[in-house]
Design a protein around this ligand. Sequence first.
Ligand SMILES: Nc1nc2c(ncn2[C@@H]2O[C@H](COP(=O)(O)OP(=O)(O)OP(=O)(O)O)[C@@H](O)[C@H]2O)c(=O)[nH]1
Ligand SMILES: [Zn+2]
Length: 394
Amino acid sequence: MERHTMTPPGNLATEAKNAAHDHESGVHALRSVHRAVAELRRGTPVVLRGQDTCLVVAAAETVGARGLAELADAALGPALLLLAPVRAAAVLQRPVPHAAEDEGAVALRLPAGLMAPAALRSLADPTADRLILDTPERLAAPPLAQAAIALAKLARLLPALVAAPATEAAAARLSLLSVPAADVLAYPAGAATSLARVAEARVPLLDVPEARIIAFRAADGGIEHLAILVGDPEKTAREGGAPLVRAHSECFTGDLLGSLRCDCGPQLRGALVRMAADPAGGVLLYLAQEGRGIGLVNKLRAYTLQDAGLDTLDANRALGYGADERNFLVAATMLRAVGVERVRLLTNNPDKINGLSACGIEVQGREAHAFDPNGVNDGYLRTKAERFGHILPQ
Ligand SMILES: Nc1nc2c(ncn2[C@@H]2O[C@H](COP(=O)(O)OP(=O)(O)OP(=O)(O)O)[C@@H](O)[C@H]2O)c(=O)[nH]1
Ligand SMILES: [Zn+2]
């Protein structure tokens, strides 16, 4: 405030203009990444721009003959297949040394016959028919390969892409969307901090008469996240208290259909009921981060892999994803927007405590939120305890 009275009006106007410009370019960056996501999902190539190089990429899962022809037209050299390291090791049938497990990209030169849509899909997808490369040649991953994998993950596609060096001129000539690679990497944090309230309504629930839903939308125009306020947690926060909070990642199968594979349904309804009984009220964040951030389609693939013997963590990795791809800034931004910065967190997952704390939310306490195994999810719950470090009641 004081700074404003000290600042000459001319500077103020410049500051405001710069701030508006920064905001607009931030929003522009988010929107162009969101457009690039849509292009990949529909099988169209996009061009990633780096400092002094460009990479034209298309998703192996969705690209068709036309997309491959466009990519070849824009390319300066032969196209490669980019895979996440774990998937590359499976395709090559040998370990891929020195690659970070959850990140990075491995580049393979494909025999000409395999640069075709059906073969690419098999190479990308561990649930598809096995396609073994006889003479695969591993090459150094090109610059921007990591951003390409990140873009495929944002699109919730299999992290496998056809890629080739290109120029901006080629992108323009072919009307391909081009997007800075740095914007792709900055997107998750940018989208999370841009979340703003867009609508709210009172929605009495079975067993929870005092409930209100607030919808949040990011500046990219992407899918909304929801906060369900039970009782009056805002008042609790204003008075310095800590309401119950649950950061619940959406689970179509568990929340809606009552799937027995996980514990999400009981956790969702159980959290709301606990909040209704708590004088401090609560906030249930319903986060559009299905399948720990890999999306519903990949979660179904992960289930297929689990039926073949992998656990929930290795199934994610076999798909080329990390064990948990969630972003806790989404939850922290929403909590801050409803004025709740000190919480009692309903969770068994220490990553949620650390993740929210790292985003500036004071986790005053943790309340266990475990339900008995149901005969189907026993192995899943055991893996969460043994490999994700979940704290379960003794
Ligand atoms: N990728 C993947 N996601 C799963 C699987 N089973 C459940 N999920 C997802 O895991 C998420 C559930 O996580 P949460 O209940 O929010 O959190 P948590 O990490 O289990 O921690 P808690 O707070 O203790 O429940 C949902 O998005 C589910 O869709 C699975 O086998 N694979
Ligand atoms: Zn679930």
